[in-house]
Write a protein that binds this ligand. Structure first.
Ligand code: ATP
Ligand code: MG
Length: 552
């Protein structure tokens, strides 16, 4: 998508106003030069009249310039706002698998780096508009003065633009490479923040990481940027040179070839000197557009569609939560992670399973057997590549998937704890939250006020318990816990398995618990075992008594 199209998409009316004001201001600028030119050769009587015209034109110039800049400023700020919202929304809505494949450094680079680059270019738009308008009206004025002069000027401008375009292509290549390397650099930045402890403890790793990874990446970005921008500077210098050659021809060559009065020549040179400023400004800000074009391309390459309509909200989600349901069936469901490597590609399924309300199911299996993958499929976060999921006999489709997801409250092993507890209109939410905090033995640590946690600076296990607070408050019909208890102390583990889970079951909730805690398997109604992506034959649809046999 083109950056200008992006800018104009929302507010064509405002753009029209800005253009009108820009043309007016450009015209008054050119008129001012014409007036100066006329005044230079005028007698004292005419000067008296001209001075008022001059003053009036100054005021018009000021006002129209102000108006056009403000209009375009509104336009560009509106586009930046729109860009930020669209980018966030398209990341929220993008399929989870796609996001995982893109990786968080690339996504962060887009949200911060690319968005900032595009914004910077959009901020330049007012400058460009006003200068284009000034340049065009000046050209018209030059044409009025002398058509030969206009032709000469246009030829020189065409020459400078053509040579500029030639160099721009080369510059773009470097800027693109710089941007690609910036992704790697972002990944390193993330590592120095998230891997700070490890880096501090291991000097060798720290030095190696700093010297070989960060330095190399930063240097590559610098090198490509230097080359790209130097090419622009060269192009800019060449443009200036052509310009002065043109003025030189006017002063030194033209008078020898044709009769031209000093008065006319002064007029020509005045306007040509005046037109130089907009041209230089334009040449200077255009690189920011090439950079923005690269950034926009990057955003599109991520598969994040900025075309989508925003503001089309779905009906209230709470209304979609299905309170009464009978079965969730997985029928021949499969998922494969596609990687570049042929060997070791993981395939989950085909899996056939049925879940019902009031049922407590444990999912067990070795590391890498596909339990977390299964949880993402069950909750509708991954779309099965084969087979289907049915809710009360009706297949879940792309239209109904979001509603289907609202059935679940899940705590994944890589959970994220939001500061604000779940959205709800319940006026007693804070009080209810307090009750649950007491249950979770966290009431002495924090409070919930206006739906916000007073702190999230807690121990790992305590933070994990807070995820249960959300799960309880959400009050969804189906709970999924991915190794929830792994970092809990033995006491609270016991509370979780023997008190909290049976309570959920008693309230009619379906609960899927991914666990390695074999001492509590007897709590489950059913234990499903995964082995290299396959549910073990016989399904372990076993009562606690059979289970020991199964695990012998
Ligand atoms: N993001 C990913 N990209 C590619 N392959 C993946 C990805 N995540 C997992 N896998 C593959 O899928 C397999 C199953 O992973 P999964 O996380 O579902 O296992 P798990 O049973 O939850 O293991 P654990 O007990 O360690 O949590 C792994 O062996 C791995 O090869
Ligand atoms: Mg897992």
């Amino acid at each position: 998508m083109n950056i200008i199209k992006f800018l104009l998409r929302n507010s064509r009316g405002l753009a029209l106003l800005a253009i009108i004001a820009g043309v007016l201001s450009g015209t008054s600028g050119a008129a001012l030069i014409g007036l100066i030119h006329a005044s230079l050769g005028a007698g004292p009587g005419a000067l008296l009249n001209l001075q008022w015209q001059y003053a009036a034109l100054c005021v018009v110039l000021l006002l129209t310039q102000y108006a056009s800049q403000v209009f375009v400023l509104r336009l560009s700020q509106g586009a930046i706002y729109d860009l930020r919202l669209r980018l966030s929304k398209s990341i929220i809505d993008a399929p989870l698998r796609g996001l995982e494949e893109a990786g968080s450094p690339r996504l962060m680079a887009s949200l911060t780096g690319d968005a900032a680059t595009i914004s910077a270019a959009l901020i330049n738009v007012p400058i460009i508009c006003i200068n284009v308008a000034t340049m065009l009206t000046c050209l018209v004025y030059v044409g009025v003065l002398s058509w030969q002069l206009l032709v000469g000027l246009l030829v020189f401008m065409a020459l400078s633009i053509a040579s500029y375009r030639l160099t721009v292509r080369k510059a773009m290549r470097h800027l693109k490479s710089a941007r690609a390397e910036a992704d790697t650099l972002f990944a390193h930045f993330r590592a120095i923040i998230e891997g700070n402890k490890e880096l501090k403890l291991q000097r060798r790793r720290r030095e190696e990481f700093y010297d070989e990874d960060i330095k190399t990446s930063a240097a590559t970005v610098r090198q490509h940027n230097l080359r790209g921008i130097t090419t622009y500077i060269l192009a800019d210098g060449w443009g200036r040179l052509l310009y002065f050659i043109f003025i030189g021809l006017l002063i030194y060559v033209v008078p020898r070839m044709t009769a031209v009065t000093v008065q006319d020549l002064t007029g020509y040179i005045l306007i040509i000197l005046y037109i130089r400023t907009p041209i230089t400004v334009l040449l200077n800000v255009i690189p920011s557009f090439s950079e923005a074009q690269v950034a926009l391309q990057k955003v599109n390459d991520l598969g994040l569609s900025l075309q989508k309509e925003i503001g089309k909200e779905r009906p209230a989600l709470t209304a979609e939560v299905k309170a009464a349901w009978n079965t969730v069936e997985l029928d021949g469901v499969m998922h494969a992670y596609s990687t570049d490597r042929e060997e070791g590609n993981f395939v989950l399924g085909p899996i056939d399973l049925t879940f019902r309300p009031g049922e407590l199911v444990f999912l067990v299996g070795g590391n890498g057997s596909g339990k977390s993958t299964f949880a993402k499929i069950l909750t509708g976060l991954y779309v099965p590549e084969a087979g289907e999921i049915r809710l009360d006999g009706r297949p879940v489709t792309s239209e109904t998937r979001d509603s289907y997801r609202q059935l679940f409250s899940a705590v994944f092993s890589d959970y994220f704890l939001f500061e604000r507890v779940v959205a709800s209109d319940d006026p007693d939410l804070d009080a209810r939250a307090h009750e649950y905090l007491v249950n979770l033995q966290l009431d002495h640590k924090l409070r919930v006020e206006d739906r916000k946690l007073s702190t999230t600076a807690l121990s790992q296990g305590q933070r994990k318990r807070l995820t249960l607070l959300n799960a309880y408050l959400e009050d969804r019909p189906f709970y999924v816990f991915d190794e929830w208890a792994s970092d809990q102390d033995p006491l609270f583990k016991r509370v979780f398995y023997t008190q909290l889970l049976p309570e959920l079951k008693a309230r009619g909730k379906a609960v899927l618990v991914i666990t390695h805690d074999d001492q509590y398997y007897h709590v489950a109604d059913r234990v499903v075992k995964l082995d290299y992506g396959h549910s073990v034959p016989g399904g372990y649809d076993a009562q606690p008594s059979d289970m020991e046999l199964a695990y012998a």
